[in-house]
Design a protein around this ligand. Structure first.
Ligand SMILES: Nc1ncnc2c1ncn2[C@@H]1O[C@H](COP(=O)(O)OP(=O)(O)OP(=O)(O)O)[C@@H](O)[C@H]1O
Ligand SMILES: [Mg+2]
Length: 338
């Protein structure tokens, strides 16, 4: 299950992503955490010290390796250079599983122990000024988009992405890559304005979106969020002393998280799990092709000098079936009747 945490700067995306990752790990649910936010803080929120966080490998720096591995023997993708962030998988492409060893994890993932449970952490790497303009080709989140578009994940195994609610994810289609998007909103006008903008984009693409209220202090806060987000408001979280202790560098065991927050995390887990039955791999594949063609036309073809529409394999549908080792149908080698 692919889960995004988005929202305005400072709303609590990193805090809630890290708590959800810890919740999953504590329940024995396999999880890969991905830091795709402009401010790279997920490592720290998962307990890494400054030195460890600074030493995290950057996915953005390993794009050639990632592309070469994923394109595999796909005849429609003739080089890593002609592969852009939206290039969809097709016949011959290599797909990724959540729980496996592969060269992408080898190069980009670090193991983080959360109360004795090991999880994998991936990070895009810090954003620079030039990443935030029109430099789609070099966009830092491109590596994450390729990762998600080649991932065949099943129920009860999670990718949790700490992400910005930004124009880059709307242009590339990144915002359509998730089974569930949790929009973290403080009870403020700015907090809910990001929600409205996101909802508008999400509506046209059938993106499941739920609002998680954060830093909710009283009835008036709750009332405000209810009024602004209506049915989309899933749950709210108040001030957490557990989080504050973590911020002070005095981390406590996860089991000591406030009961009310632990329940909120269980609610997120249930909401995410509930969309499993509505998964539609055909639509998922169709949408990645849609955004690829759009990116090809608007900048990709010009940038690579290749007709990127030719990378689309019309008969390919990404699906969980790729994750199981169904034997190839036997080739017709038997002698044909005369
Ligand atoms: N429920 C909470 N209880 C206590 N402190 C919180 C809570 N949620 C967030 N915070 C604190 O608020 C600050 C901002 O939170 P966080 O870093 O998670 O936000 P963010 O949306 O990831 O921000 P950025 O946009 O900078 O990445 C942090 O210091 C965090 O510890
Ligand atoms: Mg953050």
């Amino acid at each position: 299950m692919k889960i995004a945490f988005v929202g305005k700067g400072g709303s609590g995306k990193t805090t809630l992503s890290s708590l959800f990752v810890r919740h999953l790990a504590a329940h024995g649910t396999p999880v890969v955490a991905v830091d795709a936010d402009i401010n790279q803080h997920l490592g720290a929120a998962l307990g890494l010290d400054d030195e460890e966080a600074a030493a995290l490998p950057a996915m953005g720096a390993h794009l050639p390796l990632i592309k070469d591995y994923l394109r595999g023997s796909n005849p429609r993708i003739t080089s890593a250079e002609s592969m852009i962030k939206t290039t969809p998988p097709g016949g011959g492409s290599r797909l990724l599983r959540l729980q496996e060893d592969n060269p992408v994890y080898d190069a980009c993932a670090r193991t983080v122990a959360l109360d004795g449970v090991d999880i994998r952490l991936l990070a895009t790497g810090p954003f620079t000024e030039s990443d935030l303009g029109v430099a789609c080709y070099h966009s830092k989140t491109g590596a994450v988009e390729l990762f998600l578009n080649h991932l065949v994940d099943g129920r009860e195994e999670y990718v949790v992405v700490d992400m910005t609610a930004g124009s880059d994810s709307f242009a590339s289609g990144m915002f359509t890559r998730f089974d569930m998007t949790f929009l973290v909103a403080e009870p403020t006008r700015k907090g809910v304005s990001v929600y409205r903008q996101y909802k508008e984009y999400a509506r046209d693409f059938g993106v499941p979106l739920k609002v998680v209220g954060n830093k909710v202090q009283n009835e008036d806060d709750l009332d405000f969020l209810r009024q602004e987000a209506g049915e989309d408001l899933l749950v709210t979280v108040g001030h957490s002393d557990w989080v504050r202790a973590m911020e002070k560098g005095r981390p406590r065991p996860f089991a000591q998280l406030e009961e009310v927050d632990a329940r909120a995390l269980a609610t997120l887990h249930e909401a995410a799990d509930a969309v499993y039955e509505k998964r539609d791999w055909e639509r998922y594949t169709r949408q990645m092709v849609h955004f690829h063609l759009r990116n090809a036309e608007s900048w990709g073809n010009a940038r690579t000098g290749v007709d990127l529409a030719a990378q689309v394999d019309p008969s390919f549908v990404l699906s969980e079936a790729h994750g199981t080792s169904v034997p190839e149908p036997a080739r017709a080698t038997a002698p044909q009747p005369a």
